[in-house]
Design a protein around this ligand. Structure first.
Ligand code: KG4
Ligand code: ZN
Length: 340
């Protein structure tokens, strides 16, 4: 059995994984930097790269030792090379290039979004992802930096059906949480409080809900929330916190799920995945599970550990490309922006 060692450092989480040829994750380690960035209410790029530098080698050592993997067991090293914070990407990329030279292994730069799209197909001790990645499927990728709906005609063939024209869905969650004084990253905090509130308490705008594209827009929603919150007293804000979170979350979930539903009906594609950090949201998970049940479609929804940034998803995307004979050269540069 051969393995891929994978590295993800595109934003603020340092992650290293080992994935085998059968898509099975032997180990996926994530060193979260949430506590470090939390006081700033968002990711500070310089601090993120410094932390990646400190974490990356110990994590690789731990992954190799814990799984008793030998360098000779590896097919190659996969690393996120685009898109992301350039100072963060460069740490993972330089590490992969150095390992490639030192150990005589091929390495491959992977697109972060391709990683997110592949996350639902991973397999581990408690999760068995399906294997329709080589067939036709739709993919809704919703994260802190991305909100895109793709038609995937088999692994590696992506057509954008729609995307956000301003903020990403995760960004809309994080900025709303910040307005309410909730800790960073805010999505999970809003999710927790939403479960205790009434989603019909406040009516927020639902941008582009009824237009005939598959595009999304969240900045108007964010501004409407800001205006509403500014008018509330501190006592009112804390008293209505759960209702505010429930209403705001329900609005985002409705826009995302209605557009996804419409795309599934229009394309008649039978399989779909929802991935990225926001796919951890309990309201969104429930809504897309209902869509799948209602139309009798196959849905692959990653377990929470593979929703947010992790190296296992990069390992799987890298594995499938390395198996096709693809490799990268030592002159590969990190790209802060790159279309899939
Ligand atoms: O995929 P990810 O880890 O990083 C990017 O590639 O951007 O996504 C992080 C985003 C953050 O905006 C975070 O607030 C959001 O995912 N997120 C959530 C939840 N868990 C994480 N948003 C809503 N509900 C959640 N439970
Ligand atoms: Zn991500």
């Amino acid at each position: 059995m051969k393995y891929v060692l994978s590295i993800e450092t595109s934003c603020d989480d340092t992650s290293v994984a080992i994935v085998n040829e059968d898509r099975v994750v032997s180990c996926c380690l994530v060193a979260s930097q949430d506590l470090v960035h939390s006081p700033f209410g968002g990711v500070v790029p310089e601090i993120a790269s410094r932390n990646h530098t400190a974490q990356i080698l110990p994590l690789i050592e731990q992954a190799m030792t814990q799984t008793q993997t030998q360098w000779s067991d590896l097919l190659g090293v996969a690393v996120t090379s685009r898109p992301g914070l350039v100072g963060s990407l460069i740490v993972g990329l330089m590490t992969a290039k150095t390992l490639s030279l030192a150990k005589g292994l091929p390495f491959l730069g992977v697109h972060h979004i391709e990683g997110h799209i592949m996350a639902p197909f991973l397999v581990d001790g408690t999760y068995q992802g399906p294997n329709f990645y080589d067939q036709d499927f739709l993919a809704l990728v919703v994260s802190g930096g991305h909100t895109q709906l793709y038609h995937v005609e088999g692994f590696g063939h992506y057509q954008v059906l729609g995307q956000t024209i301003d903020d990403a869905a995760g960004e809309a969650f994080d900025k709303f949480a910040k307005m309410l004084g909730l800790p960073y990253p805010g999505g999970v905090e809003v999710d927790k409080r939403a479960a205790l509130g009434d989603p019909r308490s406040f009516a927020f705008p639902k941008p582009l809900l009824h237009d005939d594209t598959y595009n999304f827009s969240f900045s108007g929603l964010k501004s409407a929330a800001q205006r509403l919150i500014e008018k509330m007293s501190s006592a009112e804000k804390s008293e209505r916190l759960n209702d505010l979170c429930a209403s705001y979350q329900a609005t985002i979930v409705e826009v995302l799920s209605k557009k996804l539903d419409r795309a599934l009906r229009a394309t008649k594609v039978k399989n779909f995945v929802v991935s990225g950090g926001v796919s951890a949201n309990s309201g969104l998970r429930k809504a897309v599970e209902e869509i799948a049940a209602h139309h009798h479609l196959n849905l692959a929804l990653p377990p929470l550990r593979y929703c947010t940034d992790n190296a296992a998803m990069i390992g799987l995307a890298g594995l499938l490309r390395l198996q096709k004979g693809e490799t990268s050269n030592q002159d590969l540069a990190p790209l802060p922006r790159a279309a899939l």
